[in-house]
Design a protein around this ligand. Structure first.
Ligand SMILES: *Cc1c(COP(=O)(O)O)cnc(C)c1O
Length: 500
């Protein structure tokens, strides 16, 4: 299987090359030339398998230049008990007769990013060896919380790669900060930036685009890279859990083999829901894909009107991982629905860059409307949903998942669709303690209590266990104390790599 760029499909690359490069030199994203098809028989064959075996079956088709043993080795390292606190890895929870929840937060950092960031580093390490890379890759990350920790945990002690994470001093929760500053590992560092997330992210972007600095590092044997979801190696592991969830639902007797389900995804950069779309292309019986957004509703407008317009106000919400105005992975979906026409995609992306908007035309909007439905929920609705679901089902939802829940309810009301539905849950409620506690206990009860105290109370009232990875943070020593001005981020990189 070869990969081509969404903006120039004449060049073909192996999976290893696509994963090492991350993004195509002309700015396009790598996509597989074709999608392998899984028959219902094959899906049935996977019902008795565990998560790792299912992952191996699916990944082997996409990573065709990786020997089978390498893939097995990668998935065994990534998805094992001890790292994940449930043997199913990504368990399906039954909420009601019609509705099921795919919990993607049982990994080492309690965020769905683990599902991909536990395996991407292994894929990169093997690809570097295969392509005889004579450089060390340096992953630079600017994080608003979840990605940084998941990337640190994924890349820790991977050979040939080191990682440096910048987080905004005034922009992450108490638990998120502790997760990062207590991170162990020989090839990594964490630094606070005095400023907000925008300053941090712009600082990292400037490092990537500073040609002199990039050349300076290359002369010393270092290449900068990022770990965000435009990398194919981060997307492909996400296809796995959709098949796995479907197989679990068949295995439990929740659905019949071949029965079509809806999938609801709290969406930001469009990676997670795109993986569901790919699963559907491969034959997974999916009826509708429901794209849930918060107040940053650029995707809702896009699916309803065919117009993508980023020229709008940016809102900071209680579901920060969905606070996004440019959903990069949408480009991959457009490439498919535009009949793999790379000139069209290039035109839209240029328009987005220069005018901040583009229109895909009525025909494509209609095609998209057959598969996708979209909606958005502001913070108050997410808070109300957390409270209501807890009282009705005794189940704790984090704010991202609650947005998905609300949009599913809106969808059912609008369409009357009774198909069984899988809601993707992207974060542990115990990572977004304050807002979950406010929704359930009320402002007054929350008061000045710290996140650990609030988690204890939430665990008591809900009976849902606090993940050990969060509970253990309390006693861990702080290992990372570097804090810098935005202007000094470059010096932090140089000190980390010990170059002058
Ligand atoms: C990253 C993230 C999302 C958004 O996922 P995309 O693949 O970027 O659409 C949603 N919820 C949580 C908790 C996340 O960390």
């Amino acid at each position: 299987m070869f990969y081509e760029s969404t903006r120039n499909n004449t060049l073909k690359h192996s999976a290893s090359e696509a994963i090492i490069q991350g993004i195509s030199p002309e700015g396009g994203l790598y996509v597989p030339e074709t999608f392998p098809v899984f028959s219902l028989e094959k899906i049935a064959d996977m019902v008795p398998m565990d998560y790792r075996q299912r992952a191996e079956e699916i990944l082997a088709l996409f990573l065709s230049d990786y020997p089978r043993e390498e893939i097995r080795d990668c998935v065994n390292k990534a998805y094992r008990e001890g790292k994940f606190d449930r043997p199913e890895i990504a368990p399906v929870h039954k909420l009601s007769e019609n509705q099921y929840i795919l919990e993607l937060w049982h990994g080492p950092t309690c965020a769905f990013k683990d599902m991909a960031l536990q395996s991407l580093p292994n894929f990169m390490e093997k690809a570097q060896k295969r392509l005889k890379a004579d450089w060390e890759t340096v992953i630079l990350v600017a994080t608003s919380g979840d990605t940084g920790k998941a990337a640190l945990e994924g890349f820790r002690d991977v050979s040939g790669i080191s990682i440096l994470v910048f987080y905004p001093e005034e922009g992450v929760s108490q638990i998120q900060k502790l997760q990062m500053v207590t991170q162990e590992g020989k090839n990594l560092q964490v630094a606070a930036v005095r400023g907000n997330f925008d300053a941090t992210q712009n600082g990292v972007k400037e490092l990537f685009t500073d040609q002199d600095f990039v050349a300076f590092l290359e002369q010393r044997g270092y290449r900068l890279s990022s770990a965000n979801s435009i990398n194919w190696g981060r997307l492909v592991p996400q296809i796995v859990y959709y098949f796995s969830a479907y197989d679990d639902m068949v295995g439990e007797g929740y659905i019949d083999l071949g029965e079509k389900i809806n999938v609801v995804v709290p969406t930001g950069n469009f990676g997670n829901i795109l993986a569901a779309y790919y699963a559907g292309r491969m034959g997974l019986p999916i009826h509708r894909l429901i794209c849930a957004s918060n107040q940053n509703n650029v995707l809702t407008d896009f699916f309803r009107e065919g117009q993508y317009n980023r020229n709008r106000e940016f809102y900071k919400t209680i579901s920060p991982s969905m606070d996004i105005l440019i959903s990069s992975n949408l480009e991959r979906l457009l490439y498919e629905v535009a009949g793999r026409d790379n000139d069209k995609v290039k035109g839209w992306m240029e328009a987005l860059k220069h005018q901040g908007q583009y229109h895909v035309g009525e025909e494509i909007r209609e095609v998209l409307g057959k598969t996708f439905w979209a909606g958005y929920a502001p913070d108050e609705e997410a808070m109300e949903t957390i409270r209501r679901i807890f009282h009705k089902h005794h189940y704790l939802m984090d704010p991202h998942t609650a947005v998905g829940q609300k949009i599913y309810e809106d969808y059912r009301e609008a369409t009357g669709d009774e198909n069984k539905t899988l809601l993707v849950s992207t974060a542990s409620p115990y990572k977004f303690t304050r807002d979950v506690a406010k929704a359930i206990l009320g402002e007054e009860e929350v008061g000045e209590k710290d996140d650990f105290a609030l988690n204890e109370i939430l665990a008591q009232v809900s009976g849902m266990p606090i993940p050990a990875a969060l509970q253990d943070l309390k006693g861990k020593p702080v290992l990372h104390t570097v804090s810098c001005q935005r202007e000094a981020m470059r010096d932090v990189v140089m000190e980390f790599l010990q170059v002058k």
